[in-house]
Design a protein. Structure first.
Ligand code: 6R9
Length: 632
């Protein structure tokens, strides 16, 4: 199923459009099924209702583990690099990982977990996180992994939305020279989570934790009580595999639902093709498993292909900015997949941290999470790839399950800051505001996809209407991505960024409404408006315009209080970079905040604010412009 020439790509693409069912059946044949499908695809985008490989039976962990045992049992499945470079790395071969997953799956069973139950996982980037994820999949439980940077309140919201029965966590996590008390955060969260019956706690940092009788149990104790034989649950292709929460333009994060069969096929297919993975190579994706990139390209994609996946507990700048290059050298990494924000951050340290590190094992470089600017692209290409490694700039989303628009390494000619061409099976269209398809090249518009692919989300958990409204209602019979896009003269795609009220901070999606709600919870705040602004390292930063009730307030102190409130309500990742206190917000006569104007002010482009005549009170704009100039 690996594409090895541009002609082969074109052929595959043509096949996938002309006969999608035959095309994807051919791809799916490369996986292990307990029973093959009755029908490859049935779909409509109006409800929406999408089903892939209906009638097929499988277990994704048999594809990720069992099927590799006979010939590749001793191949490293996971290489784990700890936060502390002095500590020894850990290698789990496929055989060992299989045993650990089966054992922990039995722990879950012993604690009452059944097929279809939702399990919340809030863990550090340790091998047991991958074990926990796969153990859920082994017995057909649905995992909902929550990134370690979210607050107790955010965790509680997610646990309650999915009605999770059990939580898997650790005492704490190491991040650079910091320790985060994960169990403490979970304890706070669980005060408001009546559905949770058990908490399994892994010892990691050995910090003191409060273990509640009857509810909290230790990972280490539990695994001793079970055996390592756990037959894989037989799953329907359309059974739920996981829920992953993501931010949109309105309200609370929604639980994106992926199902077993289609997701597996799509993650595996895109992994092997985009990165041109070769047997025995080491693949290093720097994402956290708390995000979709970690799900698809640390766990399921690589393991389904029998690959060796490197998992890193720490951060790229600890103990210093040479850490990534040390890891590449130490583990002879062949494929490195990271985010533009990491590249820009490392770039700011110059080339000194790279010197003396042997990066010659690198063959392919990948980028994901946000648009990569040309400067970062060239630095990545020259300083890291030594002008000798293709860069795959991979565009995709949580809702997509896997990479959608991207070069295929050694196949697609690359172009700085372009995601280039759609993968086989992906039919992108650009549409104008009225929903008309914009044909031809050298055009820009909103990016939609007009035909399903196996990794497409099936619903948003517990609220199908929301899925329909968010993705399938803006434009008739199309999946709307929320991204703006340009198609150049060669038909190459360049993603230009979100066109909705989502800010992309260091590759993390944050909804402006969510941040506003958090800020508004502070007792002194009357109203607020949040927009994104260009940030040198993060891509986008968060700019908050805040009306405070008492004009005599201590601005510094109140800013800190607001930051603390946001950290409590959402988590540190949503803290505004800038807070400007204002006496009013630019509103239309109907009371809508004109974000367009605030965005321009945040960008520093105040010379051309456009038409302000429809504003209720044009004078506030002058005040905000003046205040923003001082804040810069
Ligand atoms: C995989 C992931 C999705 C949003 C997406 C877009 C942005 C991701 C990109 C990119 C330009 C790329 N995005 N990859 N923009 N070029 N190569 O990041 O999923 O967290 O759901 O974010 O990220 O705006 O809509 P997710």
């Amino acid at each position: 199923m690996q594409i090895n020439s541009f002609e082969a790509y074109q052929q595959a693409y043509k096949h996938s459009v002309e006969n999608p069912e035959e095309f994807w059946a051919g791809i799916a044949d490369n996986f292990l099924w307990k029973k093959k499908w009755d029908k490859v695809l049935s779909w409509n985008f109006s409800e929406p209702n999408v089903k892939w490989f209906e009638g097929a039976k499988l277990n994704i962990t048999e594809n990720c583990l069992d099927r590799h045992l006979a010939e590749h049992g001793d191949t490293p499945a996971i290489i784990w690099e700890p936060n502390d470079p002095e500590k020894d790395p850990i290698t789990l071969t496929y055989k060992i990982l299989h045993v650990q997953v089966c054992r922990f799956a039995n722990v879950l069973k012993k604690n009452g977990v059944k097929k279809g139950d939702r399990i919340c996982i809030y863990m550090p980037m340790v091998p047991e996180l991958a074990v926990a994820v796969l153990a859920c999949a082994r017995i057909g439980a649905v995992h909902s992994v929550i990134f370690g940077g979210f607050s107790a309140q955010s965790i509680a919201d997610r646990i309650n939305d999915a009605k999770c029965k059990l939580v898997i966590t650790a005492d704490g996590s190491f991040r650079g020279n910091k320790q985060i008390q994960l169990k403490e955060v979970i304890d706070d969260a669980l005060i408001g989570c009546p559905t949770v019956e058990k908490v399994i706690v892994l010892t990691n940092t050995r910090t003191p934790v409060s273990m509640i009788k009857g509810r909290d149990i230790w990972w280490e104790d539990e695994v001793k009580l079970v055996d390592a034989n756990c037959p894989a649950e037989e799953m329907d292709a359309e059974d739920m595999l996981f829920i992953l929460y993501t931010s949109g333009s309105t309200g609370k994060p929604k639980g994106v639902v992926h199902t077993v069969g289609g997701y597996m096929v799509y993650a595996g297919y895109t992994f092997t093709n985009v990165f041109n993975y070769q047997p025995d190579e080491v693949f290093f994706c720097t994402a956290d498993i708390g995000w979709i990139t970690g799900h698809s390209y640390i766990v399921y994609g690589p393991l389904s292909q029998g690959a060796t996946t490197l998992m890193f507990e720490g951060i790229p700048t600890y103990p210093d900015a040479s850490r990534m290059w040390q890891i590449v050298e130490k583990h002879k990494v062949n494929i490195l997949y990271t985010a533009p924000t990491a590249i820009r951050s490392l770039m700011s340290f110059g080339t000194e941290p790279i010197q003396g590190h042997d990066l010659s094992s690198l063959r392919v470089l990948g980028s994901v999470g946000e648009p990569i600017n040309e400067e970062a692209w060239h630095w990545y290409n020259e300083e890291i790839g030594k002008d000798n490694c293709p860069i795959v700039d991979t565009w995709w989303q949580t809702e997509n399950g896997g990479i959608m628009i991207s070069p295929i390494a050694f196949v697609t000619p690359t172009k700085p800051s372009y995601a280039t061409l759609p993968l086989p099976g992906i039919q992108p269209v650009l549409v104008d505001e009225a929903g008309n398809e914009i044909e031809g090249n050298g055009v820009s518009g909103n990016l939609c996809i007009k035909f399903p692919w196996p990794g497409i989300l099936r619903t948003t958990y517990g609220d199908h209407e929301r899925c329909k409204l968010t993705y399938f209602s803006t434009y008739k019979d199309m999946y709307f991505t929320g991204d703006g896009c340009m198609r150049d003269q060669d038909g190459y795609y360049k993603i230009t960024g979100r066109v909705d009220d989502v800010i992309n901070v260091s590759g993390h999606r944050i909804g402006t409404a969510e941040v506003e709600n958090a800020i508004n919870m502070h007792s002194g705040v009357v109203e607020s408006a949040v927009v994104g602004f260009p940030h040198d390292v993060k891509g986008q930063g968060i700019y908050a315009f805040v009306i405070f009730g008492n004009s005599q307030h201590d601005e510094d102190l109140n800013k800190r209080d607001i930051l603390q409130t946001v950290t409590r309500v959402i988590g540190a990742i949503a803290k505004p970079d800038k807070i400007l206190f204002v006496s009013g917000l630019p509103k239309t006569r109907s009371g809508k905040i004109m974000r367009r104007i605030l965005r321009k002010i945040a960008e520093g482009e105040t010379s051309n604010l456009g038409d302000t005549s429809t504003l209720l009170d044009p004078a506030v704009v002058e005040e905000i412009v003046e205040g923003a100039a001082k804040l810069r």
